[in-house]
Design a protein around this ligand. Structure first.
Ligand code: AMP
Ligand code: GLY
Length: 430
């Protein structure tokens, strides 16, 4: 079996590694916009091409006689890469373009929830111009709104009252900027509580859950500062999270199930791929923040570090629409993932600075993100650079391992030492 990994970040590094470790005989290939030094060691061939350049990716897929493609990032899904690959008979992990709207348009998803009366949606309105903006901000009330640019923004198009927007005037100004740059946007009620990510394998019929993960999107300690792609994440040995009750899990399960059914009705086609719900546990229950239609980065690093099955077979079965729940197993271990990112990230990162992983003790649990290998010299190019995963019987043990290891990565980098330390992760419980 020839397998194509699309993308070249830490997410795709662990996807490649988990495929590599599969007992199903295979050869690996990669198309990504940079040469990931970790993936390079695992693949038979590697093309540096933009994953959203569908013609280029397809050309390679045909040249390499690919049987199975695993699409990492969202941008090629938005362009319709899954549709193109499937037209050529290539099994694909990743939904078709119209189904990927669940992630690519926040307005589409909120409207879907409204039309099909799915629980878990905050008050919201969709805007194409400034008409009605002031009125809706005032209706939600000072300090109680979130402005979200529609479309893919890498987690950086959301501004929250109190954190990024100090008052309604500032919020209005941000909306004005969005309109000027030709973007549509959603304004919604601000939700308060701890967030969690719940990913599933979906074979068109069944939703097969993975353990819950908590991602920390804010750049700085204590969940402060700008939103990033994700600074790190943790999961617990019991596959739930310390702040979630069985009622919360059931509420999230119902939301996912109804969303998938509504999507199928809306699009006339069933969803195959990863369904990643991003939820928030408020005092009034579970709400959906957004859906993603792919593996989360860093969440996938937690999840695949404890995956206990034949990942290639799971991908094939999911793409064929016949995934058995028993094939999806995870070890009863806790994980903590921490990213080292360039100083100044995300707003003004230093770029192309050397880094060293020589002192790292478990290189098999280290994943490269935005790193280039210049004849043996590793350089961090400007985005999230290197992730490490600590694994242990408890979150405390896993955190200690991750923290010690990330400190061994040398360079002009910083990380969040609080990730996985429960006091900080639960700080928003109030
Ligand atoms: P998103 O791109 O929709 O995942 O949003 C990025 C981050 O913004 C989330 O992880 C939350 O921390 C925050 N956020 C998004 N929507 C809301 C909301 N309605 N209330 C509070 N925070 C939100
Ligand atoms: N962990 C955030 C994301 O993958 O979108």
């Amino acid at each position: 079996m020839n397998i194509l990994i699309v993308g070249s970040g830490a997410r795709e590094h662990i996807l490649a590694k988990t495929c590599f470790e599969s007992p199903t005989p295979h050869r690996l290939f990669c198309c990504g916009n940079s040469m990931n030094p970790g993936i390079k060691k695992l693949v038979a061939d590697y093309a540096v091409v933009e994953p959203s350049d569908l013609d280029q990716v397809l050309e390679r897929a045909l040249l390499w006689r690919i049987d199975l493609a695993v699409i990492g990032p969202e941008a090629p899904l938005e362009k319709g890469l899954a549709d193109r690959l499937e037209q050529h008979g290539i099994l694909t992990v990743g939904p078709k373009q119209k189904l990927a709207r669940l992630e690519t348009s926040k307005a589409f998803t909120r409207d879907l929830f409204k039309r099909y009366q799915i629980p878990g949606s905050p008050k919201y309105q969709y805007f194409k111009s400034l008409a009605g903006v002031q009125k809706f901000l005032e209706e939600l009330g000072e300090g109680n709104y979130v402005v979200k640019a529609d479309g893919l923004m890498g987690g950086k198009g959301v501004k929250v009252a109190g954190d990024h927007l100090q008052n309604i005037d500032e919020a209005f100004l941000f909306c004005e900027q969005l309109v000027q740059s030709g973007r549509t946007f959603v304004i919604e009620e601000k939700l308060v509580g701890p967030e969690f990510s719940w990913l599933h394998f979906c074979d068109g019929e069944r939703l097969i859950p993975m353990p819950m993960v908590q991602d920390h999107k804010r750049a700085f300690v204590g969940d402060t500062g700008p939103n990033t792609g994700g600074m790190g994440s943790y999961s617990d040995a019991n596959h739930s999270l310390p702040f979630l009750t069985p009622t919360d899990l059931e509420a999230a399960r119902v939301i996912n199930q109804q969303a998938i059914q509504a999507l199928q009705q809306e699009c006339g086609e069933s969803y195959r791929g990863i369904l990643y719900g991003s939820f928030i546990a408020t005092q009034n229950g579970i709400y959906l923040i957004e859906y993603n239609t792919r593996f989360g980065d860093p969440e996938v690093l937690n999840l695949l570090s404890i995956f206990d099955g034949d990942f290639v077979q799971v991908c094939v079965d999911m793409a064929r629409g016949s995934l058995e729940p028993e094939s999806v197993r995870f070890k009863s271990l806790a994980t903590v993932c921490k990213y080292a990112v360039p100083i100044g990230y995300p707003d003004a990162p230093v770029t192309n600075q050397p880094l060293s992983i020589e002192k790292v003790q478990h290189p098999d649990q280290l994943y490269f993100g935005a790193v280039n290998d210049l004849d043996g010299l590793l350089v961090a190019t400007g985005s999230r650079a290197v992730a490490v995963v600590g694994i242990g019987a408890s979150i405390v043990e896993a955190e200690k391992r991750a923290e010690e290891e990330i400190c061994r990565v040398e360079g002009e980098l910083f990380h969040r030492e609080d990730i996985g330390r429960l006091a900080s992760s639960l700080s928003k419980l109030g």
